[in-house]
Design a protein around this ligand. Sequence first.
Ligand code: ZN
Length: 319
Amino acid sequence: MGLRGGIDLGGTKIQAVIVGASHGVRGQARIPTPKDGGPDGVIAAMAEAVRTAATEAEVETSALDGVGIGSPGEVDPDAGTVTNAYNVVPDWNRTISVGDILATELGTKIGLGNDVRVATAAEFRLGAGKPYRSLLGVFWGTGVGGGIILNGSPWRGRGAAGEIGHMVVRRNGAKCTCGREGCMEAYSGRRAMELEARRRMKHGEKTALFKIMERKKRVALTSGVWAEALEHNDALATDLIDRAVAALGAGIASAVNLIDVEAVVIGGGLGTRLGEPYVARIEQQMGPHLFVDARPPAVHLAALGDLGGAIGASLLIKR
Ligand SMILES: [Zn+2]
């Protein structure tokens, strides 16, 4: 039947899709990433998400051509393993044979790839990057990830290319969650922004961010929480987002100065949630930092929205 599955594995949620031969979504399921069962619990939840999506698509998982997984952490596509996926669950501190386990669970073959790279591939092949041959994907969420396409092919470097979140936008700057200083992510990543919001609140600044979080029954400042605080002109939220946008502008423009891609596509939880107006603001903040400012790259919002990661993962399964 030519149906394929895709899983976007994240620290907050697991998104599964079933897509048809022309990449249309036939079924989908989204479940929160379980935090108390370790990597085993996460893998069980991934299988459950695929089964639910497959039920919606009226197909058995064993009848799928395969299921692709976009995962954070150190991904080894050939071995089918994921190592040190701390963003998913903190105790994912070893190498797990995700591919073998899920192949047995779901009765189909499994493809594995880096989450940001598969999302970039999806935008390049099916989304906002379609008209271009060279592309920088920027995924603004818990952290800030990047994917690079040059001359129509993904650029992996020695395996770790695209870590745009850790470009230095200020020497001796804010402490990054990676342990270094002045990274773009230290200003723009949702996790770093939350730490900064908590720090400033302790020092007496007022904000509704955490009240909104509690009302929404969240345990962290999600993109939806930030969006709501911005709608209510919360001073602290506005200031931290302005700072994030300025850092993204500087970091993305610096990357463009280096590789001169035709287009930048901005996605991720925050990028998708805040949408076009914020993409326009990032583009504006890039301006002063672009060396060839007479010919800026096109800057687009990711067209596949928050299903892009899962659809991209499904592309790992070749027909
Ligand atoms: Zn960093």
